[in-house]
Design a protein around this ligand. Structure first.
Ligand SMILES: C[S@@+](CC[C@H](N)C(=O)[O-])C[C@H]1O[C@@H](n2cnc3c(N)ncnc32)[C@H](O)[C@@H]1O
Length: 294
């Protein structure tokens, strides 16, 4: 959706042909969420990840590339997480209950709830759906030696707590969805038990509307540059990464307009939620100054 209100818009440039409108080929396949009209969202682990650690400003010609048409592309083959021997829905629910209990005792949850009660609910956002991206597998093993089940369970508990909070505050409870290529059959069962519908890429991207709450826990953007890449290819890849990072900063700059934000205190368990920001659309939010650096 074009942003015609952008006061200092430079002449729109043609999308770069090589990278298909900014496709990001990260190692774990994170693509992009190019919609800036979400009601609010939690994202972000490292602010510097928006720019790949590079300084970017609206003076950069790539900054103002408008990628807001919701383009997404999976850049790897989805592989469900391995279900460990002896795993069951009963055990998964027990694990979930423990994670939920730790989450509900945390200062992170207390501050989140307080922010909802005093700042977000006053905006009457009427959230119709809650969408979680990239939870990883709460019940399975996601790669050689990788056991991120605790992290995923805490993040699932946080997501579910927000769904429940919205349900208690709104006339209509929101629908809930989760998209993660690594979900296995047990994950689907666990999510269904919590009234969260697992969907396959790219369905969740198309569910996002102005009344959506989106949650992307631990969604930092990583790029993989092979050590043995020849010089010219390396330079080309680095330049593409730079352009993607700069345009990502531009998207984030537009996303923040008209929204308020709050940084939650870190949730210490397994670093499942740290440097997490809440963003929400607010009638009293001031637009950012044009020319401000992100
Ligand atoms: C950086 S990991 C974060 C995993 C977990 N939330 C954590 O904090 O450890 C990003 C996750 O995004 C998932 N992912 C990649 N492409 C996705 C897509 N198109 N839709 C949803 N999830 C995706 C990956 O499978 C991976 O589990």
């Amino acid at each position: 959706m074009p942003h015609t209100s952008h006061k200092k818009r430079r002449q729109r440039q043609e999308p770069l042909p090589r990278n298909k409108r900014g496709e990001i080929e990260s190692e774990d396949g994170w693509t992009r969420i190019a919609r800036s009209d979400k009601a609010f969202s939690i994202n972000r682990r490292h602010p510097e990840a928006d720019t790949g650690g590079m300084i970017s400003s609206p003076n950069d010609p790539d900054y103002d590339q408008d990628l807001d048409e919701g383009y997404t592309q999976m850049t790897f083959t989805p592989t469900p997480a391995e279900t460990p021997a002896g795993a069951s829905l009963e055990k998964a629910l027990s694990h979930y209950q423990k994670s939920d209990s730790a989450w509900k005792q945390s200062n992170t949850w207390a501050e989140l709830k307080q922010t909802f009660d005093t700042r977000i609910s006053t905006e009457h956002l009427n959230i119709t759906n809650c969408i979680c991206f990239g939870l990883s597998s709460p019940t399975g093993l996601t790669g050689a030696g990788f056991d991120r089940r605790d992290i995923s369970m805490y993040q699932l508990a946080a997501f579910k707590s927000i769904i429940d909070l919205l349900s208690s505050q709104q006339a209509q409870p929101p629908a809930a969805f989760a998209q993660e290529p690594q979900f296995n059959t047990l994950d689907h069962q666990l999510l269904a038990h919590l009234d969260i519908q697992a969907v396959h890429h790219p369905a969740a991207f198309h569910l996002i509307t102005a009344q959506s709450f989106t949650f992307c826990p631990g969604a930092e953007h990583r790029e993989w540059v092979p050590n043995d890449l020849p010089g010219a290819e390396r330079a080309e890849l680095m330049e593409r990464i730079r352009r993607d990072a700069v345009r990502g900063a531009g998207i984030f700059h537009r996303f923040k307009k008209g929204k308020q934000s709050f940084r939650l205190p870190d949730f210490g368990h397994e670093y499942a939620l740290y440097n997490v920001y809440l963003f929400w659309r607010s009638s009293s939010a001031e637009g950012e100054e044009e020319g401000e650096e992100v």
